[in-house]
Write a protein that binds this ligand. Structure first.
Ligand SMILES: [Zn+2]
Length: 293
């Protein structure tokens, strides 16, 4: 029996197998600072008086990416709310075809739920890394980091998340955010499709594109990115050495309570793990779950 009829017969006998063959899973991590129309810090947290507006803007960019993903052949779309307390997106505002992961108590933060069953990753609403001279609300993680390096390379959130996606063999096919954020993403993932939804004038002032234009371009980038997505062999290095420089001296002091965390200078610590998911979890613990009050 030739292979094709055999597969057809198996698919008839086992519908789940047929579905698995055709499934095309897309993972979308949605941050907030790089969303179309976002231009002020009274929008990016629940105490801000424009937060209600901002979370709707966030949902509209996410929906543009979801529409594009399905148009590009996705059968499943998982959205991960990746900003702040990570309960910004309201399920009632989202395209009903997508599933949503909420709440920041996640070991894998902005990449919670990603694994090697996915075919493509999209970053929506991303911002520039800490220390960027330009870039709207440029920061990395919770804002206590001055710099983050993985194996000697300085990365922001998009860089760190892309290294984790590569560990699972899943390509990052599109990124949206301000012009600085998307340029920084290209340095880490050269083939990525980029949508600059605004131009950062400095770390606070910004030139916004018309919302409809930006969303149309997000949809297109998601569609073409998903359509052309090709999984690759997992990129797994023998070790991941992480160096974290903090903006204060209390976090690094507490961090060295973990035996493998080495002090490099009063503001900088370093540790090594043998796989990226493990390193990623540790990065998150060190910038987010240390309380120095
Ligand atoms: Zn962020």
């Amino acid at each position: 029996m030739r292979v094709r009829p055999l597969l057809t017969l198996l698919a008839l006998l086992f519908p789940a197998l047929a579905e698995a063959q055709q499934a095309r899973k897309v993972y979308i991590s949605v941050d907030m600072e790089g969303i179309s129309g976002i231009n002020g810090d009274n929008q990016t947290g629940p105490s801000g008086n424009e937060f209600g507006r901002a979370r709707k803007l966030m949902a509209e960019d996410a929906n543009a990416a979801i529409r594009g993903a399905f148009a590009g052949g996705a059968t499943h779309v998982l959205i991960n709310d990746s900003h702040g307390f990570q309960r910004n997106l309201l399920p009632e505002d989202l395209d009903p075809r997508a599933r949503l992961i909420s709440h920041s108590f996640k070991r894998h933060g902005m990449m919670e739920g990603l694994d090697s069953t996915f075919d493509a990753v999209i970053f929506v609403g991303y911002h520039a890394k800490a220390g960027s001279p330009r870039g709207l609300f440029a920061h990395t993680g919770s804002g206590v980091l001055a710099d983050l390096q993985v194996n000697g390379k300085s990365v922001g959130e998009g860089g760190m998340n892309a290294i984790l996606a590569a560990w699972y063999g899943v390509p990052v096919v599109a990124v949206t955010g301000d012009d600085v954020a998307v340029e920084q993403q290209k340095e880490i993932t050269p083939g990525v499709r980029t949508v600059a939804v605004k131009r950062a004038i400095n770390s606070r002032a910004v030139e916004l594109r018309p919302l409809a234009d930006a969303r149309r371009e997000i949809e297109l980038a998601a569609r073409e990115g998903v359509r052309g997505a090709r999984r690759f062999g997992p990129e797994r290095l023998p070790s991941y050495t992480v160096r974290m420089t903090f903006t204060n001296l209390t976090f690094p002091e507490v961090a060295t309570a973990f035996r493998e965390v080495r002090s490099i200078s009063p503001s900088t610590v370093e540790f090594t793990r043998d796989n990226m998911p493990d390193a990623y979890r540790m990065i998150r613990v060190l910038y987010r779950f240390i309380n120095t009050d």
